[in-house]
Design a protein around this ligand. Structure first.
Ligand SMILES: NC(=O)c1ccc[n+]([C@@H]2O[C@H](COP(=O)([O-])OP(=O)(O)OC[C@H]3O[C@@H](n4cnc5c(N)ncnc54)[C@H](OP(=O)(O)O)[C@@H]3O)[C@@H](O)[C@H]2O)c1
Length: 290
């Protein structure tokens, strides 16, 4: 593949481990300037150190932000603007909404949202909107949101989107991943069709990462240890994400859900524009946007 990455600038959320780390590495190795986001200062520092050890010429800056909190996401705009200014760069060529969590027990953020809803759905929605002016400065830009085939199990319960009355960790996860595809659809309809910014949703497949081991009960860790053994390395979904960020021929594609650099059919529930727009409106309200 032709290198369309050299000299470009990308933001990757959840760049401290798994798919986000592999994506940041692939971008840095191909000559991009990467702004990685992580929630822990220590893990950000370690990820940067490891990336630089493998590629001393690599250009990577890490920002610490807890994406479960809307105030942290809003703060990223000026932080990223300052980083771009300091490095003599203008605008962003892409944003990878990758950070994600699986929360077995119902957990609320400090702002009162259900944790998976906040990190997996609201954060990509808000971050894409907050960084949109910077993405619009590039001749063309891409937003890639890391979804999952778990979205096939998702079903928006419009009267209780955060499942406050009947929480189930797996259903909640599937709903957020359905939200990722619906967000992508609505974005392209409302913004992508009138701008140079295009959104795609990525299916990583089953990937051998630590996601099921983080703050989960022993049974979930046991299941994930067995389940992930059949998964791929994080380099595989990273290649799909980098393709979606950079491949010129797909700029006008109507396909929104992709795996292994090929479009694939999203679930029936992810096809409805009415639901996509409804979720967009609800998300705007939840994020306090006019
Ligand atoms: N692994 C799979 O089989 C699979 C399949 C389908 C979809 N996915 C999706 O792929 C994405 C990446 O997951 P992964 O498997 O690579 O898991 P992972 O290794 O746990 O990576 C998740 C990343 O998100 C970060 N993160 C979590 N909560 C955050 C918060 N509140 N604020 C900021 N960053 C936060 C994590 O930070 P820390 O390093 O601090 O934990 C980490 O960098 C997720 O969206 C997940 O839903 C994964």
């Amino acid at each position: 593949m032709e290198n369309n990455i050299q000299g470009k600038t990308y933001v990757v959320s959840g760049a401290t481990s798994g798919i986000g780390y592999a994506t940041a590495k692939l971008l840095v190795d191909q000559g991009a300037f990467v702004i990685g986001i992580g929630r822990s200062e220590e893990r950000c520092w370690t990820a940067k150190k490891e990336l630089m050890a493998e590629n001393p010429e690599g250009q990577i800056v890490m920002c610490v932000a807890d994406l479960s909190l809307q105030r942290s996401i809003r703060g990223l705009r000026s932080e990223i603007e300052n980083i771009l200014k300091d490095h003599g760069r203008q605008g962003l060529d892409g944003l990878v909404n990758n950070a994600g969590t699986f929360t077995y027990w119902q957990t609320l953020t400090a702002e009162g949202f259900e944790m998976q809803w906040a990190v997996n759905h609201l954060a990509p929605f808000l971050m894409s909107n907050v960084l949109l002016p910077l993405l619009m400065e590039a001749p063309t830009a891409r937003i890639v949101t890391v979804s999952s085939d778990s979205h096939f199990q998702g079903r928006m319960k419009w009267s209780d989107l955060q499942l406050s009355r009947c929480y189930n960790g797996l259903f909640a996860y599937g709903n957020t991943k359905l939200g990722n595809v619906l967000f992508t659809r609505a974005f392209n309809h409302l913004i992508g069709s009138q701008s140079s910014v295009k959104a795609f949703a990525a299916d990583p497949g089953l990937v051998k990462t630590e996601i099921g081991f983080k703050d989960t009960p022993p049974l979930v860790r046991w299941i994930w240890a067995r389940r992930r053994s059949g998964g791929t390395s994080a380099d595989v979904p990273a290649r799909n994400i980098v393709y979606l960020l950079s491949e010129p021929s797909i700029q006008d594609s109507n396909e929104i859900y992709w795996k292994n650099c090929r479009p694939k059919k999203a679930s029936r529930k992810a096809q409805t524009m009415q639901d996509a727009q409804r979720l967009w409106t609800v998300s705007e309200k939840m994020c306090g946007m006019a």
